[in-house]
Design a binder for this molecule. Sequence first.
Ligand code: NAP
Length: 426
Amino acid sequence: MRKVVRLSILGAGTVGGGVLTLLRENADLLEAQTGKRFEVRHVLVRDLSKPRAVAIPPKLLTTDPQRALCDPKVDVVLELMGGLEPARSLIRDALQAGKHVITANKLVMAVSGDELIRLAQQRGVRLLYEASVAGSLPILNALQGSLAGNRISRVVGIVNSTTNFVLREMERAVDAGEPAETAYDAALRKAQELGYAEADPSSDVEGYDAQYKTAILARLAFLQYVPLESIYREGITHLSGRDLLWAKRLNMGLKLLSISERLPDGRLCARVHPTLIPRDCPLYVVRGAFSGVWLQGNGFQEMSFHGFGAGARGTASAVVGDLIEIARHPRSLRIEDPSLRPGETAPMETLTMRYFVRLVTPDENALRALREPLQLLGAEFQPSETLDNGVEQVVLMPPLNEGEFRARLTALREQTGVAMQVIRLL
Ligand SMILES: NC(=O)c1ccc[n+]([C@@H]2O[C@H](COP(=O)([O-])OP(=O)(O)OC[C@H]3O[C@@H](n4cnc5c(N)ncnc54)[C@H](OP(=O)(O)O)[C@@H]3O)[C@@H](O)[C@H]2O)c1
């Protein structure tokens, strides 16, 4: 690779701005690390007149993707626009043109990662995407590098910092005696005011963002193609302040977890759902807008990563790390994909888990009618409580088959009309 590495940056928003800042602030360090200088030749944006947090010389700005991609002098294209299209096509075009690509785009890598990784290998260029999962936490590098000699058995992560912030805010609100019923809406509003959640927060709060990241993590941890549709997804929109209050009473934390694991029968199970975790779980301390990933493997046993992963500088740290890797090893081909084959995945209904069930009803007789069937399943009853909207009864269930337990609960709900909140335990 040449002494000067020339870059096209697609996108100058939060992450693009952060990358431009780090490239400037740390130029001497980057040169010391790689023996090369980095020169930005094009910055692709939608709107040339938009005010930018970072000063960008006007001659670098363009709205023409071809200008950014077809320049023969450009060595590396950094895709920091987001969304599926046109980002995916631009990555494809850049790889076809023989350019290395760095992306922070989990959606593209979850949906089309396999195709793009193969294309990069065919073209003899690098495609790196560390920033697409947990921002600055070097989890993808660890899985492909230092930890690659381990058989990974489980990856558990808090990979969406927006929902982690919302859950922490809900916990704070109920601790402060604010109404539990409105805790979710209030916490989401606060996350939006602080810029942690978007105006349309559905990708975060419905669990899609975590599902994309789970697909990427599971593929690298288990060297198996993991179709998005095979990853169970449940968001946090149905959670109430009462659930956070109970988590605290039970000495647990309530988190939106990404879980992928190899089951004893060899099948892979990948899922995203709210989960109650014990205090001694390494992810218990991951609070607010932080991310964390906890790994288990047959060599290192267990390891966790925890940090303020996202935002302009956090994400830029991972992008610039990828850039250094390319400058040092432009031709190194890691085993990222060729051996990946579709393997068997385990549907949720076949898993065995423990459950927290919160029953609420204005009708005490209905609650009494549930007692015996739940007892037969091994329920452990917590003291019931009278609320404004009825009586609340929490039960903890022993390990049960998900499919059978869900079917039983649906039948009991239909018989009694009792509202049921079900949360899985780790
Ligand atoms: N923000 C984070 O904390 C974070 C963390 C990890 C990963 N990521 C990922 O990083 C990527 C970028 O996120 P971001 O937060 O920086 O997004 P952002 O602030 O919305 O910035 C997107 C940038 O891309 C440009 N852009 C978007 N669509 C375009 C198009 N069709 N043509 C030309 N330019 C276009 C925008 O131009 P204008 O400025 O002219 O509108 C803007 O500069 C996403 O894949 C995201 O998932 C973000």
